[in-house]
Design a binder for this molecule. Structure first.
Ligand code: SF4
Length: 382
């Protein structure tokens, strides 16, 4: 058995992996955004045994393995199912992605709603693969910058609300069970009013139904997790969202009980009191790589004609402000403008100032060393 090819743009999973420049990309959705230490170690073993040894953390808080082959995919899937990293039911992957605000605790509304939604997942309408639900029911919403189509948040008054993407206000609901009822109804409304054509809620122009009035303001946004010590353990960053399996295994080798994933290229190592000195993780909030974005680039992505992440490492600390290194004009790693953007094209680089990967460059067709010269001059002039 080997995975069947998928149309690009389809949201990959584990049962439906995506073909990339270095083999199949297999995406794992941690249940409730959390993995036990044993599951993390199993994932590291899986990355080394069946893939390239790299693990990526996506902007929707999923983990993915790369470099999987036709031959290694079947045993990988058996291994992931055995360690409860993937459901044995491929249909489960068709349910909308849930993204949980990290640092939730047992008994909070966030995991309670997620469990209820998982139980009643089959009642949600079948929606386009990229549609996702952010369960952000802590004291203050923290996932506002992360892509989602329906959001569960806390209102200014402290109650729960359901908010459709594209609307500043949401609809108040009484409790976790009511949240799930409302979400189920909303997903059917979305599909019945042309949601498949729109693809995402933010592009959906049908007015909300009368039974889902957008009239309740969410609480002011909270802060995302800072790196370093946290009341539940330690927060570490993954440079450009990627870590070697061996590095991650070493990081969870001490007292760590479980790991919560975040959409911010950060992991919360729960019950971690001291982090071993391992290279390949970001430990300090002043690390310049936190202001940089770089997509996988060549040879990992078929669309890329240039390597990105080694160049990003090399440029780390050169410039103040945001830096984006993109393998092509699609700009997967960052949709917003960056102070400096290098975009690969036909094996060369375009230099863009204050723009996106597809903005008009100030210099184009440069070799890597020519691009570095331009950036060096720019950094010296600031
Ligand atoms: S920006 Fe281009 S090269 Fe980079 S991951 Fe996206 S499609 Fe691939």
């Amino acid at each position: 058995m080997s995975p069947s090819p998928r149309i690009k743009g389809w949201c990959p999973g584990a049962w439906r992996p995506m073909a990339t420049g270095d083999g199949w990309l297999v995406r794992v959705r941690p249940p409730l955004g959390q993995l036990s230490r044993e599951q993390v170690v199993a994932l590291c073993d899986a990355a080394e045994t069946f893939g390239s040894g790299l693990i990526e953390l996506t902007s929707r808080a999923n983990l993915q393995l790369r470099g999987v082959t036709d031959a290694s995919w079947p045993p990988l899937m058996a291994f992931l199912v055995e360690h409860q990293l993937v459901s044995d039911d491929p249909e489960a992957e068709r349910q909308p992605q849930l993204m949980l605000a990290p640092a939730w605790q047992k008994g909070d509304d966030t995991p309670t709603i997620a469990r209820l939604l998982q139980t009643r997942g089959s009642e949600l309408a079948a929606m386009p693969g990229k549609v996702g639900i952010a369960i952000d029911a802590g004291k203050a919403p923290v996932l506002g910058d992360s892509a989602a189509d329906f959001r569960i948040e806390r209102s200014m008054e402290g109650g729960l609300l359901v908010r459709a993407e594209g609307y500043a206000l949401g609809m108040a609901v009484s409790d976790a069970a009511a949240v799930v009822e409302q979400l189920i109804r909303l997903t059917h409304w979305f599909v019945d009013t042309g949601g498949w054509d729109a693809g995402r809620m933010r592009r959906h122009t049908a007015p909300l139904p009368d039974w889902a009035p957008a009239d309740t303001a969410p609480a002011s946004p909270g802060e995302k997790l800072a790196l370093g010590e946290h009341r539940e353990g330690m927060v570490v960053g993954l440079p450009f969202g990627r870590v070697a399996a061996n590095t991650l295994r070493n990081a969870v080798s001490q007292t760590v009980s479980s790991v919560q994933v975040t959409p911010w290229r950060r992991l919360l190592l729960q019950d971690c009191d001291t982090l071993p000195a391992v290279d390949g993780l970001i430990r300090h909030n002043s690390d310049p790589r936190l202001a940089m974005d770089a997509c996988p680039g060549a040879p990992f992505c078929e669309q890329a004609s240039v390597a990105t992440q080694p160049l990003a490492e090399q440029l780390s600390g050169w410039m103040e402000g945001t830096v984006h290194i993109s393998g092509c004009a699609k700009g997967c790693a960052r949709q917003r403008p960056a102070a400096l953007c290098l975009t690969g094209r036909d094996g060369r680089f375009d230099v863009i100032i204050n723009g996106r990967a597809d903005s008009t460059p100030v210099k184009s067709g440069l070799t890597e060393s020519e691009a570095l010269d331009v950036i060096r001059k720019l950094s010296e002039s600031h």
